[in-house]
Design a protein around this ligand. Structure first.
Ligand code: NAD
Length: 485
């Protein structure tokens, strides 16, 4: 396939070889802006998945024993290739899941992650102690072996890098499965992995649906740890498979229904601008998007008015154009899902903006920016993740009321609070049941070195530059007795 100078023949990467599926099966990936086929992609079979795990298992002893600076050398080579290919990666994401190219920096930021972890091997450290009399004790941090990484479609290049770089530098070997909705950029990266010179079997990359390949990885007895980012529904299935088989360690980064609480003493313009951007970025397809906004009653009219003006002004269109800042939903399934929730929202709340699909503009899966007001807290749209450009704005009068409403969810990924009162900000930050709290800012902003992960149904475990390596290291205790003579 060749489009706009980007040429790709998607392949599986198994044991250092770029190959078709063993049964030659492929599936089509459609451009969600036009519904035209962008590429046919190999569907990894059971045999392919098992072969990838077997290759990773065979490669593990040598890779884990290798001087870490040599592991780092392959990673740095991949970093420079990722950086150089950012425009191609951006294009491939645009024609598979519709993310506008103007926002795509993930080849560059992902390269920085590979560079960072390549230099981080010095921090693979245990501890030593003499607190047990007549003994010296120590802990060793060692890799698990074969780790599986399963990533979603909403930001594939980022998740590819943020999971595989820490897994590799710590000496694990990897089988990564891309999402069936967005496998094209990852297929290009598979080619770059070959160029980077990783030893055979160290880094295996599969494309395909959840079933069979994702499910096989979840139940595989030779996979010792699995890091997953995706929906809470799939996270539960993976946890179940792991529990039924070898109890592999499972790290889960799942969905959200993130609240932003806006008090009347805030910087109103900033609160409007940032909460609107949060739900618009990537067409609302961001796990931490503030899909529920709670605004203090006294400033609700000004806030809602300004919010609607900004949200209505998005520039939707061809995501491969640099002018577009609002792409389509990722595919027909996502589109129908968002439209289902919009119809639900119309039954329970007051539609204040949008509320329609826009199949007419380019024949693609565009959804109008949509705002609902005054929706009952127990309505379906207030409880479940929509994953689209749809926001529910409700009002509150007191701090206690705002906290209770914000916490009334099974999710707990990210929350925001806008106020100039530092005491109130800290009271609310402490009370929110959420893995992340932003004060006078909101998602998708994250601190560079903070951990990321969910409370409650939003996941388990934390990721981040100071945390992710720990996800891929076992801890072994060693006790040594010292004889008197
Ligand atoms: P998804 O759960 O449908 O799919 C994610 C991945 O899991 C895909 O690769 C898919 O093929 C695979 N999969 C599907 N069924 C499987 C099974 N039975 N066994 C193993 N693997 C299986 O999620 P999605 O639609 O790709 O992504 C959107 C979701 O991801 C949203 O809920 C979003 O909130 C969440 N997300 C969370 C974070 C976070 O950091 N917490 C970040 C991004 C996205």
């Amino acid at each position: 396939m060749s489009a706009n100078g980007v040429s790709i023949e998607p392949r599986l990467l198994i044991n250092g070889q770029l190959v078709e599926a063993s049964d030659k099966k492929t599936f089509p990936v459609y451009n969600p802006a036009t519904r035209e086929v962008s590429a046919n992609v190999p569907e990894a079979s059971e045999q392919d998945t098992n072969a990838a795990v077997a290759a990773a298992k065979a490669a593990f002893p040598a890779w884990s024993a290798l001087d870490p600076t040599k592991r780092a050398a392959c990673m740095k080579k991949l970093a420079s290739l990722l950086r150089a290919h950012n425009p191609q990666l951006a294009h491939l994401e645009a024609i598979s899941m519709g993310q506008p190219v103007r926002n795509h920096i993930y080849g560059v930021t992902g390269a920085s992650l590979f560079d960072h972890y390549a230099e981080s091997w010095q921090s693979i450290q245990g501890q030593a102690s003499v607190c047990t009399p007549k003994h010296v004790t120590m802990t060793l941090r060692q890799p698990y072996g074969v780790v599986a990484l399963i990533i979603p479609w909403n930001n594939p290049v980022h998740f590819f890098c943020s999971k595989s770089a820490p897994a590799l530098i710590t000496g694990n070997t990897v089988v990564l499965k891309s999402s069936e909705k967005a496998p094209l950029a990852i297929a290009l990266i598979a080619e770059l992995v070959v160029k980077a010179g990783f030893p055979m079997g160290v880094f295996n990359i599969l494309s395909g649906h959840g079933v069979p390949s994702g499910q096989i990885l979840s139940r595989h007895m030779d996979v010792r740890a699995l890091s997953f980012t995706g929906s809470s529904r799939t996270g539960k299935l993976i946890q179940e498979e792991a529990a039924k088989t070898n109890l592999k360690k499972v790290i889960l980064e799942l969905g959200g229904k993130s609240p932003a609480i806006v008090f009347d003493d805030c910087n109103l313009n900033k609160a409007v601008e940032q909460t609107q951007h949060s739900i618009q970025a990537n067409s609302g397809q961001i796990c931490m998007a503030n899909s529920r906004v709670y605004i203090q009653k006294s400033i609700a009219p000004q806030f809602i008015d300004a919010f609607k003006k900004r949200f209505a002004a998005v520039r939707d269109g061809d995501p491969t154009s640099k002018e577009t800042d609002h792409g389509p939903q990722a595919d027909e399934v996502q589109y129908k899902n968002v439209m289902f929730y919009i119809e639900e929202g119309k039954k329970s709340g007051t539609l204040a903006l949008g509320g329609n699909g826009k199949l007419d503009s380019m024949n693609g899966f565009f959804v109008e920016p949509t705002v609902f007001l005054d929706t009952p807290e127990d309505a379906k749209i207030m409880k479940e993740e929509v994953f689209g450009p749809v926001v529910n704005i409700n009002t509150f009068e007191t701090e206690e009321e705002a906290i209770a409403k914000a916490n009334d969810t099974e999710y707990g990924l990210y929350s925001a609070v806008y106020t100039k009162d530092i005491n109130r900000a800290m009271r609310v930050a402490k009370a929110l049941e959420s893995g992340y709290v932003a004060v006078n800012c909101t998602s998708p902003l994250t601190g560079r070195d903070l951990p990321f992960g969910g409370y409650k149904g939003s996941g388990q475990g934390r990721e981040g530059v100071l945390y992710s390596m720990g996800n891929f290291l076992e801890t072994k205790s060693v006790i040594i007795q010292i004889d008197d003579e």
